[in-house]
Design a binder for this molecule. Structure first.
Ligand SMILES: Nc1ncnc2c1ncn2[C@@H]1O[C@H](COP(=O)(O)OP(=O)(O)O)[C@@H](O)[C@H]1O
Ligand SMILES: [Mg+2]
Length: 255
């Protein structure tokens, strides 16, 4: 018997007034997998992430994490469930330093019972968090920017800080919403490598328009169009799927 899915959504439906943003969407992310979600603008990709991260409560549907059924998580419950996300765009606190932005991401971690037990409740936990922040910054090659105001960062660095913030809680499943958006070739190459390294013992759910990122790092891909899943398969299968080509890939110059 193989492990239960790290993450499973079943028949998720989201209505915004009269608009059905997601219709009967079921997806699964297994341990060690990178799963991509693609589809044209307005397809419902970000809405799916919002459902997974406590920002939108679906009209109906079920959530399973590690094989256990869960109620839809509230924002503050995410890190306890092993989930962490980046936002489409950047979403840093511009008036805070890079380190402070990461400590904001760590607040939930320091409230987590397991880490409280592990680190103790005194000043030691603060020191442990500071060292975790330093380690993550090092890991992502942005340690030199630790004391800079977020507002002063070059765009690719700010994207990397946003990623660092998502890593602070040591998630087992990372949700990335357009992480390559606005990046140049070198940063995209770095990102691909990062995702492939991260997923070795964890999972990634990835929304992305850059087809070379999707096709190179994903084990499986789901395709959304107008809130419906129209296809699901390996990168090779998706690339050849006539319905996907018509709905989405046909318009992609960089296939
Ligand atoms: N909070 C919201 N309220 C009303 N409509 C929304 C909201 N969020 C998204 N939508 C609508 O839902 C649809 C899906 O949007 P979104 O999930 O952002 O698509 P994608 O990320 O695939 O571009 C769009 O028609 C969008 O306008
Ligand atoms: Mg989006």
């Amino acid at each position: 018997m193989h492990d239960p899915a790290a993450l499973r959504l079943e028949s998720v439906k989201v209505d915004f007034g009269g608009l059905r943003a997601l219709s009967d969407v079921s997806i699964e992310v297994n341990p060690g997998e990178v799963v991509g979600i693609i589809g044209p603008n307005g397809a419902g990709k970000t809405t799916l992430f919002n459902v997974l991260s406590g920002l939108v409560v679906p009209t109906s549907g079920s959530l399973y994490i590690g094989g256990v059924q869960r109620t839809w998580p509230k924002v503050h419950e995410l890190t306890g469930l092993g989930l962490s996300r980046t936002l489409q765009g950047v979403g840093l606190f511009s008036e805070l330093s890079v380190t402070e932005n990461l400590l904001v991401g760590a607040t939930n971690l320091s409230n987590h019972n397991f880490f409280r037990a592990l680190l103790g409740l005194d000043g030691a936990s603060e020191i442990a968090l500071q060292s975790r922040v330093a380690n993550v910054l090092q890991e992502l090659n942005i340690a030199d920017y630790a004391d800079r105001d977020a507002a002063s960062l070059p765009y690719p660095i700010s994207k990397r800080v946003a990623l660092a913030r998502a890593l602070i809680s040591e998630p087992s499943t990372l949700l990335l919403d357009e992480p390559a958006g606005g990046l140049g070739v070198e940063d995209i190459a770095w990102l691909k490598e990062f995702v492939l390294k991260f997923r070795v013992d964890k999972s990634v759910l990835l929304v992305e328009h850059h087809m070379d990122v999707i096709m190179n790092v994903c084990d499986r891909i789901y395709v959304l169009n107008f809130g419906q899943l129209i296809a699901h398969g390996t990168p090779a299968e998706i690339r050849e799927n006539p319905e996907v080509i018509t709905a989405y890939l046909g318009s992609e110059a960089n296939l």
